[in-house]
Design a protein around this ligand. Structure first.
Ligand code: ADP
Ligand code: MG
Length: 449
C-alpha cells in the first residue's frame, strides 16, 4: 500500500480539477488524511459542520478520485477533529477510571461554536431565538417540545445546539443528547438486530432517561414506520416525565410525507417556530460577527457587498467569507473589492452552472404554450399550475439553489410549496408517462440552448 500522504496528494490533484475552486479551498483542502483502517481511508474534517458538508456534497467525488488512484484503499470515511479529540479523551478517561460509566461524550457531539452569543438575531429568526432561549432557561416547561423548521443553512442546527451548550454550562448534571435523525434510525435498527428480537432495552434506556433530547432533521423519519413508532414511544415517555425535547426539520410537521399520524400530531402540537432567510442587515451583521471571530478586519463596504450577493443561505455566505479571507492571506493584502468579486465568481458558477432560472422557465412555458407572467404569478388554474410545478422540479434538478430562492422567483411562494411541487412532479415522472415525456423534452430544450 502506498503512503497515505501520497495517496491523498494524488487525490487532491484530481479533485482540484473536478471541484470548483471555492469548494476545493473551503471543504476539500482542509481535510487531513488520518490512517487506513480495514481498507478504508479515514479523512478528518476540521469541524463537525465541515464533516457533514463534505459528506453531503463531495462524497461521490471523493470516492471517484479514490478509485482513480493506484494502490489506494477501497473506501472512504470522514471523521471530524472534534470526534477524534473526544475519542482520545474517552480513552484516557477509561484508562484512568475504568469503573465510571457516564454518558460518553462522543454521543453528544455539540459544536461549541453553536451558542447563543454567536447567533445573530433578526426578524427572520427572532421567534426561534426567543423560544430557544426560554427553553434553555426553563427546560421542560413552557415550550416543550420545541419544533424548529426552515430551509437549509438558516441556523436550525445552530439554535438547537445553542440550547444544549447553554444548559451544559448552567446545569452540568443534566443528561442530554443531540442526535441526527440518521443516527437515531441507525442506532434503533442496530438495537433490534443485537437484541435478536427479544427487546431493545439498552436503546430505550439511552433515549428515555434523558432530561433533554434534541433530534435534528426529523424530515428523514419519512417512510421509516418502525423508527417512527419508536420516536412516538420515546416522545410519550419523555413528555410524561416532563423532560425537554427539541426537533428540527426542513419543513412543517404537516408537510413531512409518510409520517405516522400520532408522531405528526405530537410534532404539530409542539411549539412550532420557523427560521426565514435573513434580510440584508442581518446578513451583514452575521458576516461582521464571523469576521470578528476570525480576527479579520474587513471593511463594512466589502462585507455589505458579499451580503448583497449571497442572499438566502447563511452556510453558503460563510463559505464565500472563508474564501475571501483565504484569498486575502494568499495575496497578502487587505480584503478589497477585487478579492470579494473573485470569491463571488466561484460562488455564482457553482450556483448556476451556466443554466439560468429564466432559461428553464422560458423553455417550460414554450413547451406548454403558457404565459411566463402567469406561470410565475398567482393564478391557480391547471394550465399554469402544471408548467409551474414542472419548472420548479427542473430548477431543482439543474441548479443548486435554496428552495426559498425558488419560492421568491415564483411570486413569493413558501419553500414548502416549492418542495411540494418538486416532490409531486418527481413522483409523477415515475408513475405518469406523459409527465415523463414532457420533463425529458423540456430538459432537452434547456440543454440545447
Ligand atoms: P441548518 O441546520 O438550518 O441547515 P445551520 O444551523 O447548520 O443551518 O447553519 C449554517 C451555518 O450558518 C452555521 O455555520 C451557523 O453557525 C450559521 N448561522 C446560521 N444562522 C446564523 C445566525 N443567525 N447567526 C450566526 N450564524 C448563523
Ligand atoms: Mg441542520
Amino acid at each position: 500500500m502506498e503512503d497515505i500522504t501520497v495517496i491523498w496528494q494524488d487525490m487532491l490533484s484530481i479533485l482540484e480539477v473536478e471541484v470548483h475552486s471555492l469548494g476545493f479551498d473551503v471543504w476539500i483542502k482542509p481535510l487531513r488524511p488520518v490512517k487506513v483502517e480495514d481498507g478504508i481511508l479515514v479523512l478528518c474534517a476540521p469541524s463537525d459542520g465541515a464533516k457533514s458538508e463534505v459528506l453531503a456534497r463531495y462524497l461521490p467525488l471523493l470516492k471517484r478520485a479514490l478509485r482513480e488512484v493506484e494502490g489506494a484503499p477501497s473506501g472512504i470515511t470522514i471523521v471530524s477533529e472534534d470526534e477524534i479529540a473526544q475519542k482520545t479523551e474517552e480513552k484516557q478517561k477509561e484508562q484512568s477510571q475504568p469503573s465510571e460509566r457516564t454518558t460518553p461524550r462522543s454521543e453528544n457531539p455539540l459544536n461549541p461554536q453553536y451558542n447563543f452569543a454567536d447567533f445573530v438575531v433578526g426578524k427572520c429568526n427572532r421567534m426561534a431565538y426567543e423560544t430557544a432561549l426560554a427553553v434553555a432557561e426553563n427546560p421542560g416547561t413552557l415550550y416543550n417540545p420545541l419544533f424548529i423548521y426552515g430551509d437549509v443553512g438558516l441556523g436550525k442546527t445552530h439554535i438547537m445546539q445553542a440550547i444544549g451548550n447553554d444548559l451544559r454550562l448552567s446545569r452540568p448534571n443534566m443528561k442530554m443528547l443531540y442526535v441526527s435523525t440518521d443516527t437515531f434510525i441507525n442506532e434503533f435498527i442496530a438495537s433490534i438486530r443485537t437484541a435478536n428480537g427479544i427487546n431493545n432495552q439498552s436503546f430505550r434506556d439511552k433515549y428515555r432517561n434523558l432530561d433533554l433530547l434534541m433530534i435534528d432533521d426529523v424530515q428523514f423519519l419519512s417512510k421509516k414506520p418502525s423508527t417512527q413508532e419508536e420516536v412516538f414511544h420515546t416522545f410519550e415517555a419523555l413528555k410524561g416525565a416532563g423532560k425537554q425535547m427539541v426537533f428540527a426539520s426542513d419543513r412543517r410537521p404537516q408537510d413531512i410525507p409518510d409520517l405516522d399520524s400520532r408522531v405528526r400530531s405530537r410534532f404539530a402540537s409542539s411549539m412550532v417556530v420557523d427560521v426565514q432567510p435573513p434580510d440584508l442587515e442581518t446578513r451583514i451583521a452575521i458576516l461582521q460577527k464571523k469576521a470578528q471571530k476570525a480576527k479579520k478586519n474587513i471593511d463594512f463596504d466589502e462585507l455589505a457587498f458579499i451580503a448583497e450577493h449571497v442572499t438566502s443561505n447563511i452556510r453558503e455566505m460563510e463559505g464565500v467569507l472563508t474564501k475571501v479571507m483565504f484569498l486575502s492571506k494568499l495575496y497578502e493584502r487587505k480584503v478589497d473589492r477585487a478579492i470579494c468579486q473573485e470569491a463571488l465568481k466561484d460562488y455564482r458558477v457553482q450556483e448556476c452552472d451556466e443554466i439560468t432560472v429564466d432559461e428553464i422557465v422560458d423553455c417550460t412555458c414554450k413547451y406548454f404554450n403558457a404565459q411566463k407572467a402567469d406561470v410565475v404569478g398567482k393564478k391557480k388554474n391547471k394550465e399554469v399550475v402544471v408548467p409551474r410545478q414542472i419548472a420548479i422540479y427542473l430548477i431543482n434538478e439543474f441548479m443548486n439553489i435554496p428552495l426559498t430562492t425558488i419560492g421568491e422567483y415564483f411570486g413569493g411562494r413558501e419553500h414548502t410549496t416549492v418542495m411540494h411541487a418538486r416532490d409531486k412532479i418527481s413522483a409523477m415522472v415515475s408513475s405518469d408517462p406523459k409527465t415523463k415525456t414532457a420533463v425529458n423534452d423540456i430538459k432537452a430544450m434547456i440543454l440545447r440552448k
